[in-house]
Design a protein around this ligand. Structure first.
Ligand SMILES: [Zn+2]
Length: 258
């Protein structure tokens, strides 16, 4: 009886233990290319938790797994390259002919695995792919924020700056778009994040002030409330950074990409 109780106590301790801060895990995945059919050896997430929303990339409104190069698939045969969640969702047959033309113009270094192809090279091809398939403004803005994140992480500030400027132009238009009013709070926070990284603290503060006065709207009231609270926390944290004169890129939470 004593042994059973001890075991039960140990199990309860295990269950109560907080998840490690970096507990995301990946596993191998065989994935057929939606364009050429090649069976690629990629990876896909196995486990993660809501802690990813607390990691420093939140100050760029960029979230795991977009922060990891292994989420950017690139076909070993035809070089089709896009994020795993768009593969094959956005690579639909009406785009195949144009994609083949575009991919015939690109080159990527040969590598033993997709992860060994430099992330910035893959992002350049992904940009061409996304131009063909067409992204809505919200998704394009997120893509260019992600390019900015990786370019900064790889020590290419000029490329990061150019991508962030593209994202900023999109975010400003979204923040002013009446059709996007329900999401205006997030778009304004995006504007603030980008202006901070582009060296405009006063502009960032003004965008945060505008964001603080609005709420996310939506049919799912609980979810909308949760997102509003998340953004309000982020606004407070960004104000602290601005007050401290911190306009720096935030340290990446993982650096295991190649
Ligand atoms: Zn392919």
């Amino acid at each position: 009886m004593r042994a059973v109780l001890t075991l039960a106590f140990a199990v309860s301790l295990l269950l109560a233990a907080p998840a490690p801060a970096r507990a995301t895990t990946w596993g191998p995945a065989q994935v057929a290319c939606p364009l050429c059919g090649h069976e690629n050896a990629f990876e896909r997430p196995r486990s993660y938790g809501s802690y990813i929303y607390r990691w420093p990339s939140r100050f760029q409104l960029v979230f795991w797994p977009a922060t990891e190069g292994r989420s950017l698939y690139s076909c070993a045969t035809c070089r089709l390259t896009c994020f795993m969640w768009d593969w094959p969702k956005r690579i639909t047959p009406e785009h195949h002919a144009r994609l083949r033309e575009v991919l015939a113009e690109v080159t990527l270094p040969a590598a033993e695995s997709y992860r060994k192809v430099p992330i910035l090279d893959r992002l350049a091809v992904a940009e061409r792919v996304y131009e063909v398939v067409g992204l809505d403004a919200v998704t394009r803005c997120r893509f260019y924020r992600t390019v900015g994140y990786h370019a900064a992480k790889k020590g290419q500030p000029e490329r990061a700056r150019a991508a962030r400027q593209q994202a900023l132009d999109l975010a400003r238009a979204l923040a002013d778009d009446p059709a996007q009013a329900a999401e205006a709070k997030e778009h304004r926070v995006v504007v603030a994040c980008l202006l901070r990284l582009l060296g405009d603290p006063d502009g960032a503060r003004a965008a945060l002030d505008a964001a603080a006065g609005s709420k996310i709207e939506g049919d799912d009231a609980e979810r909308a409330q949760g997102r509003t609270e998340y953004l309000d926390e982020l606004i407070a944290a960004l104000r602290e950074k601005l007050d401290a004169g911190d306009l720096s890129d935030d340290a990446p939470e993982r650096d295991d990409d190649h």
